[in-house]
Design a protein around this ligand. Structure first.
Ligand code: G3H
Ligand code: 13P
Ligand code: ZN
Length: 312
């Protein structure tokens, strides 16, 4: 199995009433934890790389690690640029072997978002790469840029048809109340299912993407705090709401913060219980194991995409 685009994934997910997990990757242990989990439950995957991840690990290393995971697991895997904010970074990722890119023009005006998205779509499609765009603006922190709650805005359903028609973009991230990071603004995030329903009605069969979809799993926050952390109480997107969204038009669900919490909780536990441990394999290994357990649960119990990879 080679690296694939998300086209087939979204078609099958839409028809099957499930969603594909899009997990952020930054190093080998994270990639292995995610892909080993997916292998065990036969799930396709989107591995996504932010600008920060490219800077941290370098594009070439992440490509080779993901290629190794594809070879090791034989799973259908897409490599996606998360939150590309310029044409240049999208072009670099398209030229560098990614099968999918996000151009996030959500901080621009509607018209400028269309122009920028269309520029990326034209370049990407000519090279067989698919594109995700964003309409509406999530609150939270991405790449060290904080979007305050009052600057966030829900997607306006009456803009989506024009946006998709004018850009030719392959999938659309919408803002319905989720937010980025481990400190989410909404207490129990109230997802605006009415907006999702209206978008779905206006764009029948069209794949929708949900960012900021970590549940900020309380057990990890508790472990981190037990061993010296001071994180405020968990406020994430309830998993049953994600399950509902996955049955609707949402075909891609973005998860990063829960991976970070899982890995950090496991590593903190090692250092707290074995303070003299200094072999990186003895703490990164448990971090990887915890990511594997987390991802398996997401794929099976939240997204419902398990058992579908072998149909590719
Ligand atoms: O939405 C952003 C992702 O969580 C990536 O975060 O930019 O710190 O890598 P990052
Ligand atoms: P979380 O911070 O909720 O994991 O969201 C990740 C995300 O949307 C990446 O694009
Ligand atoms: Zn995001």
């Amino acid at each position: 199995m080679a690296i694939i685009t998300t086209k087939d994934m979204f078609k099958k997910a839409y028809a099957g009433g499930y969603a594909i997990g899009a997990f952020n990757v930054n190093n080998m242990e994270i990639i292995q934890g995610i892909t080993e989990a997916a292998k065990e439950v036969d799930a396709p995957l989107i591995l996504q790389v932010s600008a920060g991840a490219r800077k941290y690990a370098k594009h070439g290393y992440l490509m080779k690690l993901i290629e190794a995971a594809v070879e090791d697991t034989n799973l259908p895997i897409a490599i996606h640029l998360d939150h590309g904010d310029t044409f240049e970074i999208c072009k670099a990722c398209i030229d560098g072997g990614f099968s999918s890119v996000m151009i996030d023009g959500s901080h621009h005006s509607f018209e400028d978002n269309i122009t920028l998205t269309k520029q990326v779509v034209d370049y990407a499609h000519a090279k067989g790469v698919v594109v995700e765009a964003e309409l509406g603006r999530l609150a939270g922190i991405e790449d060290a840029v904080a979007v305050k709650e009052e600057d966030a805005s829900y997607t306006k359903p009456d803009e989506v048809e024009e946006f998709v028609a004018k850009t030719g973009v392959d999938s659309l991230a919408i803002a319905i109340g989720t937010s980025h990071g481990a400190y989410k603004f909404a207490g129990k995030a109230q997802l605006r299912f009415d907006i999702l329903e209206e978008v779905q009605r206006r764009l029948p069969g069209y794949p929708i993407v949900l960012h900021g979809a970590s549940s900020v799993i309380p057990a990890y926050v508790e472990t981190i705090n037990k061993y010296g952390g001071n994180m405020p109480g968990a406020k994430g997107v309830p998993e049953e709401m994600l399950r509902e969204a996955a049955k609707m038009a949402v075909c891609k669900v973005n998860i990063d913060s829960d991976l970070r919490l899982a890995m950090t909780a496991a590593i903190r536990e090692v250092f707290a219980t074995k303070p003299d441990e200094f072999d990186p394999r003895k703490y990164l290994g448990p971090g990887r194991d915890q990511i594997k357990e987390l991802v398996k649960n997401k794929l099976v119990n939240v997204l419902g995409c398990n058992g579908t990879a072998s149909s590719y």
